[in-house]
Design a protein around this ligand. Structure first.
Ligand code: GDP
Ligand code: MN
Length: 386
């Protein structure tokens, strides 16, 4: 799960990470009031789940409270397009109003899980502020890394090593070490999958402050953090995925046009593979789960047909725990009730498969039945292209 910058800063602050003074505003009037409290000079920052806001016009300086109000009125409600939002952009619903700080240097610090090494890695760079992906690909020697043994945590000498490599000295060095250790604590205690500060600001006075903050969390650990789960902003998520999560369906939207409905994550992946192998492109990943009740089948259909990109659907069910006849009934009822018009290919296999096929054949709906995954893919891919 992702959260907004202002929410990440709230969490980080609790762990002792230094952040600028600031508050979130939903109206230009609120932005003005905040600027009166913490200003006069403030920076007004669009809050969306995407980076690159500065370049897209979503981060602006304001010299006084009236200017803050005007700037906020321009940013709130705007459709912000950045390299991370896609061409359609994201609507801005609120802004973070923060005290404007004087920049001496912009550095970078980030923590992610290195999946190959099965450990967190802290990355620091003197090249902050810009796109760190560019630094990583063009000048990787400017990124310093410290791998963390999860049993011991991030150790003091490792934090000092990074601060030294960034060329920090004196009190700034000390502040940076404290900052890095606090950042790791926040990352690990809150079960984050990413904590990124870009830029990590060194002020003209030599203070170390998180000018920007981004945190993502491990969804499987969120039940341990109800306070973080409360920060979820459904406006920032794919609407169709939000809908699917209400029904406990495991659904991810993809770019293709073949809708898939499958029971079991492994079978769902294999189904996507064979669609691509046959020259098609899946429109989604959809695992309806091992049990597949009639209700689940109906909900899954609802989600599938609400996606305008789906031109044909492939239902691939293996009847292990479930019986194929029950699944077939579910499909027929759902298709009737929802007036499903897209062509459909159904492959059933397993318990009571003959009964299931009979139910499909006897229904007045036009399904194409396939007896193998290969056949199913070869039938559905051309249908989606028509
Ligand atoms: P991003 O573009 O979405 O990553 O948003 P950031 O929060 O990183 O802001 C983008 C840029 O705005 C930063 O790299 C800074 O150069 C600038 N900026 C943000 N806050 C301040 C501030 O308080 N003072 C000044 N002078 N510049 C700021
Ligand atoms: Mn940034």
């Amino acid at each position: 799960m992702k959260i907004h910058e202002y929410q990440a800063k709230k969490i980080l602050k609790e762990f002792g990470v230094k952040t600028p003074k600031g508050e979130v505003a939903e109206t230009p009037e609120q932005a003005k009031e905040i600027a009166q409290k913490i200003g006069p000079k403030v920076v007004v920052k669009a809050q969306i789940h995407a980076g690159g806001r500065g370049k897209g016009g979503g981060v602006k300086l304001a010299g006084n409270p009236d200017e803050a109000e005007k700037t906020a009125s321009e940013i709130i409600g705007m459709n912000l397009i950045t390299h991370q939002t896609g061409p359609e952009g994201k609507r801005v619903n609120r802004v973070l109003v923060e005290e404007a700080l004087d920049i001496e240097r912009e550095l970078y610090i980030g923590i992610v899980i290195d999946r190959a090494l099965e450990a967190p890695v802290v990355m620091a760079s003197s090249e902050g502020g810009v796109e760190i992906e560019k630094v990583a690909s063009e000048t990787p020697e400017l990124i310093f890394k410290e791998y963390i043994n999860p049993a011991t945590g991030f150790l003091g000498f490792q934090a000092r090593k990074l601060a030294f490599k960034l060329g920090l000295k004196g009190d700034t060095f000390k502040q940076a070490v404290k900052f890095f250790l606090a950042l790791y604590k926040a990352f690990s205690v809150s079960d984050a999958s990413l904590a990124e500060i870009n830029p990590l600001l060194i002020t003209k006075q030599g203070d170390v402050i998180a000018l920007d903050a981004k945190m993502n969390f491990d969804d499987n650990a969120l039940r341990r953090h109800p306070d973080i789960l409360d920060m979820r902003d459904l406006d920032e998520e794919e609407p169709i995925e939000v809908e699917a999560s209400k029904y406990d369906l495991n659904y991810i939207k993809l770019d293709g046009n073949v809708g898939c409905m499958v029971n079991g994550a492994g079978l769902a992946m294999a189904t996507m593979d064979i669609i691509m192998h046959t020259g098609g492109m899946p429109a989604n990943f959809l695992d309806v789960g091992g049990g597949v009740s009639e209700e689940a089948v109906k909900n899954a259909f609802k989600i599938l047909v609400s996606d305008k990109d789906v031109k044909a659907a492939l239902v691939n069910i293996f009847g292990g725990i479930v019986r194929c006849d029950m699944v077939a009934n579910g499909i027929v009822n759902a298709a009737k009730e929802l007036h499903v018009k897209i062509p459909m290919v159904v492959r059933l296999e397993g318990t009571n498969v003959e009964k299931g096929k009979k139910i499909l054949e006897e229904s007045e709906l036009s399904f194409k039945a396939a007896s193998s995954m290969k056949e199913a893919a070869e039938l559905v891919v051309p249908l989606a292209k028509q």
